[in-house]
Design a protein around this ligand. Structure first.
Ligand code: ATP
Ligand code: MG
Length: 262
């Protein structure tokens, strides 16, 4: 019999507040993510999704509140357990001075505090990771020559090759082609089966729907929904499923007029 209460959550955020610029961006965020969960973070543009995932892994300072990762307080950003985390940021920016090849970038995902150079067998792992993202032919090419979507796929390969305990991935489906989406979904399923906890920022569950066990929706810096993934698309006032009938309620919002949106 397993005793879940004895096992700390992978992520535990308590009353997190983040201020950026002139005001609060996140307020009163409480979030616990148990080990092995695949959680989607949903919400409109500007609702705070990127800010939240960065706050959870110590990349954005908290104004108040507390974040624990694997049972360790990381609010002070000193003790973020980077070797256990794979992170793919939302926007990829490679400068022309970044002349590293795709295989060098992916291999850097294997480095940890204890392992400062890739170990035996790593070359094969790197090749496999690139092939998985459809970039086998480009291994020796410099990433600054890649398209935006290709660069994003290199960074995904770098995060996946770590086989992290926690994978945080910000809008991986935006800007990559259909074949890459399908490949990514398969790779995430494999990691999930191996026990990785996944937090993925999305606008639509789409290809990742079968993986997702929990959906948390943000609006204006606060959690407004938390539970099993929605059957239809995430709630946004005024946006209805095209098939929703006038007079009914869809995603908690009344449907007006013919054809849904008004
Ligand atoms: N460095 C910053 N300084 C000031 N305001 C910021 C900063 N970064 C983000 N914001 C503001 O915080 C809010 C949330 O931004 P965030 O990037 O977290 O949203 P998001 O939900 O990830 O949006 P998107 O779907 O467009 O990626 C926005 O209003 C944004 O303008
Ligand atoms: Mg974002």
């Amino acid at each position: 019999m397993s005793n879940h209460s004895a096992e700390p959550s992978v992520v535990r955020a308590e009353d997190v507040r983040v201020d950026l610029g002139t005001g609060p961006i996140l307020r009163g965020i409480d979030l616990q993510v148990p080990r092995g969960q695949a959680l989607a973070l949903l919400g409109a543009n500007g609702s705070g999704k990127t800010t939240l995932v960065k706050a959870l892994i110590g990349l954005t300072p908290l104004a108040s509140g507390r974040v624990e990762l694997f049972g360790t307080d990381v609010s002070a950003r000193r003790s973020v357990p980077w070797p256990r985390i794979g992170y793919v940021p939302q926007r990829v920016s490679s400068s022309p001075s970044m002349s590293a090849t795709a295989e060098e970038v992916v291999a850097s995902g294997l480095l940890t505090n204890r392992r400062l150079r890739p170990g035996p067998g790593s070359r094969r792992q790197v090749r496999d990771a690139l092939a998985e993202m459809g970039l086998a032919e480009r291994a020796r090419d410099s990433v600054h020559l890649f398209s935006g979507g290709q660069q994003q796929r290199v960074l995904i390969a770098r995060a996946l090759i770590r086989q992290p305990d926690l994978l945080v991935i910000d809008e991986p489906l935006s800007g990559i082609d259909q074949a890459s989406k399908t490949a990514l979904a398969a790779s995430l399923r494999r990691l999930h089966r191996a026990g990785t906890t996944i937090i993925v920022v999305l606008h639509e569950l789409a290809e990742l729907r079968p993986l997702i066990g929990r959906a948390v929706t943000l609006a204006q810096g606060q959690v407004v929904q938390d539970g099993p993934p929605p059957v239809h698309q995430p709630a946004e006032p005024g946006h209805h499923h095209p098939d929703a009938l006038p007079g009914t309620v869809f995603n908690g919002y009344p449907v007006h007029g013919p054809g849904g949106r008004r």
